[in-house]
Write a protein that binds this ligand. Sequence first.
Ligand SMILES: [Zn+2]
Length: 421
Amino acid sequence: MATRQLTVDRERSTERIGRDVETLSGPRYTSSDEAIRRYAYTPEYRNTLDYFIRELESLGFERYEDPVGTLVARNRPRGEPVFGVGSHCDSNRNGGRYDGTLGVVAALEICRLNEELGLGLPLQLVSFLEEEGSGFGQMLLGSRIMAGRVTEEELREGFRAVDDGRSFWEHAEEAGYDPGRWQESARVLDDLYGWIELHIEQARVLQDTQKRIGVVDAIAGYVHSDVTVHGRSDHAGATPMGLRLDAGLVAAECMLKLERLAKAAGEGTVGTVGELALTPNLINAVPGTARFSLDVRGPNEEAFRRVTRNLAAFAEEAARRRGMTAEYRERQALSPVALSGGIVGALQAAAEGSGEPFVRMHSGAAHDTMSIAGRVPSAMVFVPCRDGISHSPEEEADPADAALGAEIMLNAINTLSAGTR
Ligand SMILES: [Zn+2]
């Protein structure tokens, strides 16, 4: 099903994408002088949606917002099949100009190119509400609502605004939406025969390997848990080394063991102890208890689950050898999401056709695409961000890479749509 490579003026795309990003980092679009800060139902968020709406309407797209405020724009009437592109345009509270927004801008550029090149591809752009959780502390909120992965109780009562503690429901109504119809949000996906989201990588794999594009074929899952080691707190001066039950030493052994287990597991598995709490946490006391967190992730569930199980068993054994006990408790887990082979294949072929360096990879971070991949064949495209920095005003990405990403996505969509028209 090879279709001819489309000729795209990359410089013009780069210029337009750069201008969009520049505009959307202006004072009308952020509530902070030092960073990009915008989240659901704020004036700067509204201004951002209105910017995209103006641009899309000038291309002849019809737009609507779902019952909670996810923006949808399409160039075919509802009921006709379309290919979906987009991301989110809310930001971290102390965020940068590229995380999410670059994906919506790249999607807009695809809509422009479709028009300019007279391709006639049926497209739907989506900008998901509240991906970062800055407004209500809930990540991927808009796409989880769309996927039905929330309860009405959570929307009415459970999810509360970080700023004023009032409910999500109340804020949504105040902004003019109809949260009582939240289940209809799922209909946004009804006509989609495919979906691609472009996003900055948020790591340094692309930069360090000098690639301009990552074709993402899976999104990692994770286990979050705690291990607590029970020893005995004693005086650090008066207690000889042979008479101690130092819980901190078991934690130290476990941290090194986790590194070995994750490395041995391969397949993109990573393991981190990010929190370590010693009690009583005093310079002159032997730690009586040690609690540490585990964050174990990867695209292969069997692999990261095995690392976690083995670490839990090791902790018990290491504690027992020293005359102590350890207990393991899981906080939360999320399964990895495999993306669509058909769409990944089309992206890979388009990336090869572009002549630019690219790599197939998985995403270590969560994205809205996770929420919808169960219903719509989906994939993602990553572009490099400088030094892997994200969620910071220091965030930097090259509009030329996003333009290349848009071109590759357009080619892939063109190929995938050939059979449907
Ligand atoms: Zn993002």
